[in-house]
Structure formats: structure tokens, C-alpha cells
Design a protein around this ligand. Structure first.
Ligand SMILES: C[S@@+](CC[C@H](N)C(=O)[O-])C[C@H]1O[C@@H](n2cnc3c(N)ncnc32)[C@H](O)[C@@H]1O
Length: 239
């Protein structure tokens, strides 16, 4: 895991398992899809999956598939811890910063960010799926983090909480980074000399159209210009 010392501490202080739901999904080649693993029924398997440095699928088919049926497409996941560490390090976030997270998912990332920005900073997180947002709010509250989770499509950023020093998206974007994420006044600090970081993921469908390949994208902005650097990574997210 590539994490600077600040993040290493936060990753230890905020256990991932507090944010992973009872019911998770795992890919099963025999059924060519995802099968449910419930913590109460199979605590050992659940624990192994959550402890591994891998994404944990927390929702399939936008929540339409129930345990006992085969899930076809992952629609939310707790990101792979080493990628979380990479993204958070790339974000270069400091105490006192205002951070927008797009794609709350389990809420783990939001908790890590909250830990990092401290009492002088603030984190707001947006999640498009109402059920996932409820679960993340519950997990954050239980773990004692005061992060507002807003149920909204984050493609337009979240202007009511602007300005932000940093924006992190774990929601996949199909093509380019949405303009609103780098538009003055809509999503970030209006200070045109400020250097900001935005880290997001991008993915493309595989031939099967189900298993997705994601790319991390780091965008640095300065004086209204943004530059992107891509690195191929396996990840999950909603389209
Ligand atoms: C990889 S998961 C999030 C991982 C998360 N940060 C964590 O710590 O668990 C991506 C999330 O983005 C959400 N999402 C997808 N598109 C979105 C959008 N346009 N706006 C807000 N959330 C979105 C998905 O519902 C999913 O929960």
C-alpha cells in the first residue's frame, strides 16, 4: 500500500470493517456472476473478504438482486484499500481543508477524509443511491463522524457546500471529468491561483460488459486550467 505517514495513521484509526455492510457480494465463476455472503451466516468468509486488499462489492444491479439470486453487475463497492491509500495520498489533503467526496459508498473514505481534515476542516459527501446513502449515514454516525451525506447526482458537484479545496470522486465517470468539478464557484475555490487536486476514477466496459476496468485520474487545476494524468487500475463504481 502506497500511503504517506498521515494516511497510514488514518487507515489504522478508521477500520474498514466498521463501514462494510452485513451483506456483501463476491464474484463466482461457476455461476458467472456475484453471490451473496452474509456476515451472520458466514462470518469467516465475510471477514476474509473484508480484510483482503481488494474491493468489496456491497451492492449489485443497483440493489435489485436479492441474496439467493445471482448478481450480474456490481453497482457499489468499498474500494480496494491500497487504491484508497493511493487516491488519498494523491489528493494531498491537509487539516483545515474543505473536501467534496463524490460517491459515498460505504462511507469509509468519508471517515478517513474527516479524520485527516480535523475539526478545522469539513467533508461533504454525495451519493446517488438513496439506500446506500442511508447505510453510509448510519455507519458514519455509529463511528462518530459528522459528515453530511447528501443524496444527489454528483455530476454537477455540490455547489451548496462550495468552495472546496479538494474533490475526490470514487464514482466512475464515463468519459471526461465533468466540467462542474473544475468550474469556479460551482465546485471549487474561486481563487484562480489556488492549486487544487481532484482525484477521480474512470472506467471502460470489458468485452463481457460486466467486469469493469477503472482508471484513476488525477486532475490538478491552476488558474482555471486543468491537466489530467491517468493510470490504469481495477476498480468499481456506477456509470
Ligand atoms: C466505488 S463506490 C464508493 C466507494 C466509497 N468511497 C467507499 O469508501 O466505500 C462508488 C459509489 O459512487 C456512487 N455513484 C455513482 N455515480 C454517482 C454519481 N453520479 N453521483 C454520486 N454518487 C455516485 C455509487 O452509487 C457508489 O456507491
Amino acid at each position: 500500500m502506497v500511503a504517506n505517514s498521515e494516511w497510514r495513521q488514518a487507515l489504522c484509526d478508521v477500520p474498514r470493517e466498521l463501514f462494510i455492510p452485513e451483506l456483501i457480494w463476491v464474484e463466482d465463476e461457476q455461476v458467472d456472476g456475484y453471490v451473496a455472503v452474509c456476515r451472520s451466516e458466514n462470518p469467516r468468509r465475510w471477514g476474509e473478504l473484508v480484510a483482503a486488499d481488494d474491493a468489496v462489492v456491497t451492492q449489485v444491479d443497483d440493489g435489485r438482486t436479492v441474496p439467493g439470486s445471482v448478481g450480474r453487475s456490481p453497482s457499489s463497492a468499498g474500494s480496494k484499500p491500497s487504491i484508497v491509500a493511493d487516491m488519498l495520498s494523491a489528493l494531498d489533503v491537509h487539516p483545515g481543508h474543505a473536501v467534496l467526496e463524490i460517491g459515498t459508498g460505504t462511507g469509509w473514505n468519508a471517515a478517513l477524509l474527516s479524520e485527516r481534515v480535523g475539526e478545522t476542516g469539513r467533508v461533504v459527501s454525495v451519493e446517488i443511491d438513496a439506500n446506500l446513502a442511508v447505510a453510509a449515514r448510519t455507519a458514519l454516525h455509529r463511528a462518530d463522524y459528522q459528515v453530511p451525506v447528501i443524496t444527489v447526482d454528483g455530476v454537477a458537484g455540490y455547489p451548496p457546500g462550495a468552495p472546496y479545496d479538494r474533490i475526490l470522486s470514487t464514482a466512475a465517470v464515463r468519459h471526461d471529468v465533468p466540467g462542474a468539478w473544475v468550474t469556479p464557484n460551482a465546485a471549487r475555490r474561486a481563487d484562480r491561483n489556488a492549486l487544487g487536486n481532484l482525484v477521480s476514477q474512470r472506467h471502460s466496459a470489458t468485452a463481457a460488459g460486466r467486469r469493469r476496468q477503472h482508471r484513476d485520474r488525477l486532475v490538478r487545476w491552476k488558474s482555471g486550467i486543468h491537466e489530467a494524468a491517468d493510470a490504469t487500475r481495477p476498480q468499481l463504481g456506477k456509470q
